[in-house]
Design a protein. Structure first.
Lengths: 139, 98
């Protein structure tokens, strides 16, 4: 990752924007039609995710310490994916969320919350995203 | 049906609050299927969308990018060995790729 950052430094004149999920596991839950939300825990890591994020953060620190970049502005936001039903959420996690899975307890929690939430309730996944500016130093 | 904020719009707002894309030469590393290009492509001088997955890159030729195809070049490669000369871009985006 340090090498990737050095390469990015080489081809860029001024600015690098680093966008990636924050380390914390994505949260899952159900929001009912009046906005009340039931938290059902988090997706479970099954390899490749959080450790990689920590490595990426360490790599950024190293290139900053090496004097290649300075840290600029940053913003954090939450990416919320909502679904029609629990089956759609579970299928999406299985197909699209590499390194993440949903366990039986969480699935059961989602189904119960959907039933309790009634018409208009929606299961969701919340994932924190961070965007960080790195300003190039030197030529 | 419960309403949620549009995450694409939030992401778009965040990108534009942190970087100026107007007439910029942009490299997006890990462009994938080109989802994020839609936020800024039309403002740039040109954009190179780089990804190590050729199939993902081809998917980025989506219909809603067709009117800006002259501004975007798709490139297959990895961040560890970028196939470009020094200082080729004003702005580089590490798109979920670090």
């Amino acid at each position: 990752m340090v090498h990737a950052l050095k390469e990015t430094w080489r081809v860029t004149r001024s600015t690098v924007l680093d966008i990636r999920p924050i380390v914390d596991a994505p949260r899952i839950g159900v929001k009912d039609r009046v906005g009340q939300e039931k938290d059902c825990g988090s997706l479970k890591w099954s390899g490749g995710g959080p450790e990689r994020h920590a490595e990426a953060t360490a790599a950024v620190s190293r290139v900053v310490e090496a004097g290649l970049f300075t840290i600029g502005a940053a913003r954090q936001f939450e990416w919320v994916d909502s679904f029609e039903d629990v089956d759609e959420l579970v299928a999406t996690v299985a197909e699209d969320w590499e390194s993440w899975s949903i366990d039986e307890d969480a699935s059961l929690c989602l189904m119960q919350a959907m039933e309790k939430g009634g018409r208009g309730a929606a299961p969701l996944i919340r994932q924190g995203i961070r965007a960080q500016v790195l300003k190039k130093v030197g030529v | 049906m419960t309403n949620f904020p549009d995450p694409e719009q939030i992401e778009n707002d965040v990108l534009h609050s942190l970087a100026d894309f107007r007439n910029a030469r942009v490299l997006e590393i890990g462009a994938g299927d080109g989802r994020m290009l839609r936020h800024y492509l039309r403002e740039t001088a040109f954009t190179v969308a780089l990804d190590s997955d050729r199939d993902e890159l081809l998917a980025s030729r989506a219909d809603d990018l067709k009117d800006s195809q002259t501004k975007v070049r798709l490139a297959e490669g990895r961040a560890e060995a970028l196939p470009f000369p020094n200082r080729s871009f004003d702005l580089a985006i590490l798109s979920w790729s670090l």
